[in-house]
Design a binder for this molecule. Structure first.
Ligand SMILES: Nc1ncnc2c1ncn2[C@@H]1O[C@H](COP(=O)(O)OP(=O)(O)O)[C@@H](O)[C@H]1O
Ligand SMILES: [Mg+2]
Length: 382
């Protein structure tokens, strides 16, 4: 077991920069997720930690040891690849035993370790089978078992669940999280699936275009996103974001979207030090769950919208609404909105929760004002 320190890690392929300044400090036993869209540099980062790819610049330390340019076998790192990388000509037992055989362990010790890990991954009954006789879920378990069987300092996992169907994935999320905490080995898990990262991670590194945008807990990422990219990448359905201009209205500062005006809360404005921003062009963000819905007749200060489409999910109703050139998605408990599920084209009204509004810089995308989070600064720092 060990901690992991990465300083200003860079990887260029010719003139193309695939990883551009990843900088993290991961504590011993932490479960950290590398989250970002396809092609953003996740696998390349993981391969540099494993020693399968040499960095162009920067430094990697595992357990205080500089391993930046060490070959893989001197790093004591266990890895699960996206395509599993199992040996087709070996049984499941042979595959899991392989890393131990290479290390010249005795037959008895190998048999005992393989059994133990097969029990953890619940694949004892397929140990004698060949990989091509297994279903996707079992193949994935075997690949993880092969990683777990060694007492590695760090585990690295590259989208190990991408071949599983949705139901199996949901089940594996809980199981993997449990196993990681039980074994307690520092683990870096790569995924493009925000739900996977949000539900399993101790902390998440959000990446885009080779750059690290934020490194924080799931709740912090969700409530205090560093910029518009992070804000819209995390959360389902994604945060509504639209162009707006800040100006002085009747009751104080307002965000003028064109099709409608959003009054900004005075305390929120003060907390975000937005005093002198009149005329500023911004991007206004609001999550689907923070838009209230009503029939037009019930609304106090309604923004009138038209129902574009209605998607019941069971516990929640998702409404896609249109007004002018703005499209908004809302997500509300079914119990509160069941009476509003009407025909497409129906007029409806919405209200915004003024404490849950975000503003992003129109040029850089950086967050300039955010919701009063449910965790305090002190709690975040702890
Ligand atoms: N060996 C390589 N040679 C050239 N370009 C590469 C190589 N490996 C990865 N890349 C490029 O680097 C970028 C990041 O790739 P990768 O780390 O695999 O992304 P991710 O895992 O986030 O999908 C991609 O644009 C990819 O095409
Ligand atoms: Mg990848």
């Amino acid at each position: 077991m060990a901690d992991l320190l990465i300083r200003d890690l860079v990887k260029r392929f010719g003139g193309f920069t695939a990883v551009d300044g990843v900088d993290i400090s991961v504590g011993d036993g932490e479960f950290v997720f590398l989250l970002g869209p396809s092609g953003c540099g996740k696998t390349t980062t993981l391969r540099m930690i494993a020693g399968l790819e040499m960095p162009t610049g920067g430094r990697i330390e595992i357990g205080g040891r500089n391993v930046t340019y060490l070959r893989p076998r001197y790093r004591n790192v266990g890895m699960v690849f996206q395509d599993y990388g199992l040996y087709a000509h070996m049984t499941v037992f042979g595959n899991i035993a392989y890393p131990l055989k290479v290390r010249r362990m005795s037959r008895d010790v190998i048999a005992q370790k393989v059994r133990a890990v097969a029990q953890t991954m619940r694949i004892v009954d397929v140990l004698d089978r060949m990989p091509d006789q297994l279903a996707a879920g079992q193949l994935q378990r075997v690949a993880i078992a092969r990683m777990l069987v060694r007492d590695a300092d760090i585990f690295l996992m590259d989208e190990p669940m991408s071949h599983l169907d949705a139901q199996l994935r949901g089940h594996m999320r809980a199981e993997l999280r449990h196993i990681q905490k039980e074994i307690g080995t520092t683990t870096i898990f790569v995924t493009h699936d925000q739900l996977e990262a949000m539900t399993m991670a101790d902390r998440i590194i959000v990446m885009n275009d080779g750059k690290m945008l934020q490194f924080a807990t799931p709740l912090e990422i969700f409530e205090r996103p560093a910029d518009e990219f992070v804000a819209t990448f995390v959360g389902e359905p994604q945060m509504n974001v639209m162009n707006a201009t800040l100006r002085r209205g009747e009751g104080g500062l307002v965000a003028d979207v064109g099709a409608f005006v959003v009054p900004l809360d005075a305390d929120w404005t003060r907390a975000n030090a937005l005093g002198d921003q009149e005329g500023k062009e911004v991007r206004l963000g609001i999550r689907p769950e923070h838009i209230r819905l009503a029939a037009v007749a019930d609304a106090l200060r309604p923004v009138e919208v038209e129902l574009y489409s209605f998607e019941p999910t069971g516990p929640e109703n998702i409404f896609v609404l249109r007004t002018g050139d703005v499209e908004l998605t809302t997500r509300n408990p079914t119990a509160e909105t069941v009476a509003l599920a009407r025909d497409e084209g129906s007029p409806m009204a919405i209200g915004f929760d003024p404490r849950w509004i975000y503003l992003f810089d129109a040029q850089t995308g950086r967050t300039i004002a955010q919701a009063a989070a449910s965790v305090s600064e002190e709690e975040l720092a702890a």
